[in-house]
Design a protein around this ligand. Sequence first.
Ligand SMILES: [Zn+2]
Length: 530
Amino acid sequence: MSVDPEETVAEAVAVRAGKILRVGSNEEIDALAKSSAKVIDLGGRTLLPGFVDSHEHVMRRGLMMDWVNCRSPPVETIQDIIDGLASKAAGKPEGEWVVGSWFDETKLSDGRWPTRYDLDEASDRHPIYLGRAGGHTAVANSLALEATGITKDTPQPEGGHIGMDESGEPTGRLDEIAAMNMVRGRIPQPDAEETVRLMVENWSTIEEMLLSWGITTVHEAHIKAPEALAYQELDRVGRMRTRVGLMLDGMAPYKGYATGDLARQGLRTGFGWSDRLYVIGVKIGVDGAMGSLTASLREPYANDPENYGINRVTQEELTRETVELHGAGNRACIHAIGDWAIDIALNAVEEAVDSAPREDHRHRIEHAGYVRPDQLERMARLGVAVSASIGFCHPIGDSHIAALGEDRLCGYYPMKSFQEHGIVAGGNSDGFGENWPITGIAGCVTRRSSGGEYLCREQAISVMDAIRAYTVNGAFLEGTEDEKGSLKPGKLADMVVLDRDILTVDPLDIVNTRVLMTVVGGEVVYERDS
Ligand SMILES: [Zn+2]
């Protein structure tokens, strides 16, 4: 499928010098192919443009290779987590830290949080830190608490919470960054040079994962200096196969670069080292995350009626940064999940656009997790594009139903409404789940969570439109829709081959689709062993 506006279904594609030469029937392309041409017979399988995933955090995964992945599935019980941590500890000298990640208590059959005592069973000779999915909560074992000096007498940190039982003893649970950092700050970190070295060393494993999911372009949300250095090194030695669009770190409240400095340095959107590595914008942000009830909402959380979430910046701060970026020719990529945060983001963009009118600025809202109808109108009027985390729908949609409640679900990543309002929306998973583009496409089409609940079926879009979100719309979000995102002569030859025809399979089967082959710039960079 070419994903052109006519929705052509082609049989064959000819490629030359990394670009698409021609799309047509088998006969047409056969006639074109010189005897020396490499011909790949796809046996009638579905060929699509390569996927553009518009918001992930990939490079820093290179620093997590030693972590124990406690994601569910496959993890089902606290005992599974204990077993995983125990086997990691067994391979480490006594006293060395063991770090686990991605657990989600809502998916454990135990129906409770793991405690320090559970983790003590994994090891009482290694300090253990176990992060929850979403990055806003963690659990530490007794040795880790001891190493940190957390006791029943420790005062609660500002902006965070140390879990205590009835007798006042710490349970090991740590809520929000302020509490988590008390323990996490004790884990020895590699220095800057070692950090870059580790990321460069582990890149091929991460890139292989991306390519196996058909991702030919990924937007790296929020990179700091070490990630940038690692990417530059990989590009320099020709090791970049996936294309990576960088959102520079402009999160001043999190000690990112001041947007004013970026503006002065003249590093503009579109600046690039090659067609594999380039700057697509600057990441700034407003609120937290929906699963951890820190995304900011105008009406409180359904499962926490006093809680409206957290805004990490003031309107004035965000407006100042957005105006500055806009004025300097940079694209603002604004993290805003709840509708309150989206109001703040739109106010900032409006001010920027008013200060210096510019057609087609393509400032982006990252995520846009709960959008009110009046905000859709405003997004359309301001020309704001959206990098929608519809990839959340399947893996963590259940926790979002609990957070938003039934009444607000039709504003949850409202892909249909975006389309109806002419708002260009790409898709992403922000690191959750796996097989990101396919899982996201399934979410767009079915609006079904892994728990079998539906998140407003009226917001479902067609399979073809879901594919667009993950191809040409993603390209639009970085300003390259003339170069990639569909199979058209002259465009980059970035393609994926799927194991089933997702246009005709049962929609509930889409999520099981696997990528068989991935091509970047005409080169086969991934092939699934079958
Ligand atoms: Zn993110």
